[in-house]
Design a protein around this ligand. Structure first.
Ligand code: S3P
Length: 746
């Protein structure tokens, strides 16, 4: 049986928050009777006129007598007085909640009045205020999409908490719970401190003799910063006194920050100023994304699932430039940070993975400007200039960040911990930890399977080793070589098959000698990196989706511009050509130490092949899209020697097989590959398991399907290809994306 409507709800105080909640109750018919008490007759008269209350009182006792729910919506420092007044008329089944900005003071007031904390009190705080106040300012939708924090105590009655939770949910709010202490600390920093600063700035400027001029010429920055100085003085007076300890702590931390800035300005310390501003700007952007629920933070905390819907047909025509190379973007930040001087990067991939690397180096004190439309300026700190990060380094979905950073961090003077998202937390890290340990590093992975988090103790002396790499992995090779920058003597790695050599090329670009003899790479420790300019070519791994798309969609003619053509990466072109694809390499050239070219691709009839094993490491990231090519080819394609695919962002053999089976394709996964028989793709729902490349591969499958393909769990496309949807649409794919609350069925 629903408990709504309640028989009688009483408000003590009818300002912005109280009157807005009263509007919700009225509009949704959630209370048969609403009473309120206010010190102001005028407020009560207005509330009555607005139809918000049935009866208004000048004293709390009369207002709350017989109520099922009492909402304390007056300034927090009146809490004790009000509770004392109403104590005698509170029935045993009455629930009391409040809306105050501090929670410790409310709980303490209740404790003083009842000697124990009453189980019917549910302390609450809607984070929905504004600088406006009063009954007239209230709005029925004030709480929609805002957070309400409840801070129930161990002794609080759970049905009372449920009642209050339901009320706020009906008002459209997102309700969450935390402890009283946590609430007060968080709010001191995120709400109380900014209000204090706004009041203080306006007051300081207003008391200057030329204040009229100051305010007359005040620009947008002043207006934005000080909007909240128009808030209710009495209310804020109460809040600061009620949350004294936490506010003082927050203020002390802020004073330390301004003292650092003052010193930097005084000393003309550009690096310090740029460091603070670029870090703050990045944090602010991150925070804006979090609030808007888009990109960056999404994969960390996604409560919504991103779903692609692709309807059949379409052909790929035109000229496009896909985003910058992910591997090179990572390395540009790493080497730029460790170099002496300022490195400028253009064409940087602004995807979540490379941004995670960028953030990690910012966390270690490197000043990095941008990225702004692919341009990044890195103020290198030299090989010995990194600083201990303030906490664990979070690298999201990015295996490259974690494995390459393992090498760098093993040689630092400070300890570090690296963590990742759910996908990365399943991926093997012992493959890099092991050789680093034999160089003298102190590095631990987690669990039986040697997965993240990875913990590294600093202060070790590293010695060069020769490492015979058991698997063909550019990440492991790079991680070991990077550690070798600090190691005594020579560090060399022999690889069982060629893997991407971006690290070697870029080290040379930064003036560091790298010796390559056959399949062995060596460097000497103890050199230095010198800043340079880097032009990142388009990522052939992102281009691969378009190469396959234009090959399988009839009537296609697409040119991909400025694609990276590093010979350790072009396996996808070789494999597609073996299948009969029509790919023309136009204007091959060199750009910043890496070969690039434009690629013209036209539709072609593909045929199944046995994929030569030597091409596997050269196309290691492109197999999800190659599986789609195979599904559209005539005959059978056999992949072997690709067991590495099982430990990528997902188990790509299994996940692709599951999806293609759903779409009606005859595919048999094997230990180290798959056997795929080309056929007619059907429509259906497939799951990408948070793997960006799986999501994009099934998207292009839509070109040849006979019904719509729905692809779930696609948010991680942002890790490598932020505007995939926009670009794919422009080329001719019938794709749309929408969000859905996690757990809902499609
Ligand atoms: C990468 C190397 C490859 C690749 C990854 C990026 C790199 O991994 O799959 O996407 O930037 O070094 P492995 O070296 O582990 O095969």
């Amino acid at each position: 049986m629903s408990r709504w409507p309640l028989r009688h709800v009483a408000f003590v105080g009818l300002g912005l928050i109280g009157s807005s909640l009263a509007r919700v109750l009225r509009e949704q018919g959630l209370a048969e009777k609403i009473t309120a008490c206010s010190r102001s007759r005028e407020t009560l008269a207005q509330a009555k006129q607005l139809g918000l209350i049935d009866i208004g009182y000048l004293n709390a006792v009369d207002a709350v007598r017989g109520a099922d729910l009492v909402v304390l919506a007056m300034p927090v420092n009146a809490t004790e007085t009000v509770l004392r007044e109403i104590k005698s008329v509170i029935a045993s089944n009455t629930v009391i909640t409040d809306v105050g900005s501090t929670k410790g003071s409310v709980v303490e007031a209740a404790l003083r009045v009842w000697s124990t904390t009453p189980k019917f009190l549910v302390p609450g705080h809607p984070i929905a205020g504004s600088e406006q106040s009063g009954v007239q300012a209230g709005k029925v939708d004030l709480f929609v999409g805002h957070k309400v924090i409840l801070t129930p105590l161990a002794e609080t009655d759970s049905s009372a908490v449920e009642l209050v939770r339901e009320l706020w949910q009906r008002a459209g709010a997102d309700v969450l719970e935390m402890t009283v202490a946590k609430h007060d600390q968080v709010l001191a920093r995120t709400s109380h401190l900014p209000h204090l600063l706004a009041f203080s700035l306006v007051d300081t400027l207003a008391s200057e003799s030329d204040n009229l001029d100051v305010f007359r010429y005040a620009a947008g920055g002043f207006r934005d910063f000080t909007r909240i100085a128009a808030s209710d003085p009495r209310m804020w007076h109460d809040i600061f006194l009620a949350n004294r300890e936490a506010v003082l702590q927050a203020l002390t931390a802020f004073e330390t920050g301004t003292a650092t800035l003052k010193q930097a300005i005084n000393a003309g310390d550009s690096a310090a100023l740029l460091g603070i501003f670029t870090r703050a700007r990045a944090a602010r952007e991150h925070f804006t994304h979090m609030l808007a629920g888009t990109a960056y933070a999404k994969s960390m905390t996604a409560s919504k699932e991103l779903i692609y819907n692709v309807t059949p047909g379409g052909r790929f025509v035109g000229r496009v430039r896909v985003p910058g190379d992910k591997s090179i973007s990572h390395r540009s930040i790493m080497l730029g940070s460790l170099a002496e001087g300022v490195t400028e990067v253009s064409g940087f991939l602004e995807g979540e993975d490379a941004l995670a690397t960028l953030q990690a180096f910012r966390d270690m004190g490197v000043v990095i400007e941008g990225p702004e439309r692919g341009f990044v300026r890195i103020h290198g700190v030299g090989l010995h200039g990194l600083k201990a990060p303030p906490g664990p380094l979070y690298v999201g979905n990015s295996g490259t960040s974690m494995r390459l950073l393992s090498g760098i961090l093993s040689a630092q003077a400070f300890d570090t911990v690296m963590t990742g998202d759910a996908s990365l937390n399943k991926r093997p890290m012992e493959r890099i930890a092991k050789p680093l340990r034999s160089m003298g590093a102190s590095i631990q992975t987690t669990g039986e399977r040697g997965t993240p988090p990875v913990s590294i103790q600093g202060g070790q002396t590293l010695t060069g080793i020769h490492y015979d790499m058991p698997i063909a992995s550019a990440q492991v090779k790079s991680g070991v070589l990077l550690a070798g920058l600090w190691a005594q003597g020579t560090t060399s790695v022999t690889e069982p098959a060629p893997t991407r050599d971006h690290s070697e090329r870029m080290l040379r670009g930064f003036g560091y000698a790298v010796d390559v003899q056959g399949n062995t790479v060596s460097i000497q420790g103890g050199g230095k990196l010198t800043a340079t300019r880097i032009d990142v070519p388009s990522d052939i791994s992102s281009a691969a989706f378009f190469l396959v798309a234009a090959s399988i969609a009839e009537g296609s003619d697409l040119t991909l511009e400025h694609v990276g053509m590093n010979p350790t990466r072009t396996g996808v072109i070789d494999i597609l050509r073996l299948m009969g694809a029509n790919i023309e390499v136009i204007n091959p050239r060199e750009s910043g130490g890496e070969p690039v070219a434009d690629l013209r691709v036209r539709s072609a009839k593909l045929t199944g092949i046995n994929i030569p094993e030597h091409l596997v490491p050269l196309a290691i990231d492109e197999f999800p899209s190659l599986f789609i090519a195979a599904a559209c080819a005539e005959g059978t394609t056999v992949l072997t020697g690709a067991e590495e695919l099982r430990v990528k962002e997902s188990d790509r053999i299994q996940v692709m097989a599951d999806g293609l089976l759903t779409l009606g394709i005859d595919i048999k996964p094997t230990e180290d590959g798959a056997v795929i028989v080309g056929g007619q793709l059907q429509g259906g729902e497939v799951i990408s398991h948070g793997d960006h490349r799986i999501a994009m591969s099934f998207a292009i499958a839509g070109l040849r399907a006979n019904a719509a393909i729905v692809i779930r769990d696609c948010a991680n496309v942002a890790t490598s290809f932020p505007d995939f949807i926009g670009l794919a649409k422009r080329c001719g794919l019938n794709i749309s994306a929408y969000e859905q609350s996690a757990g809902d069925s499609v």
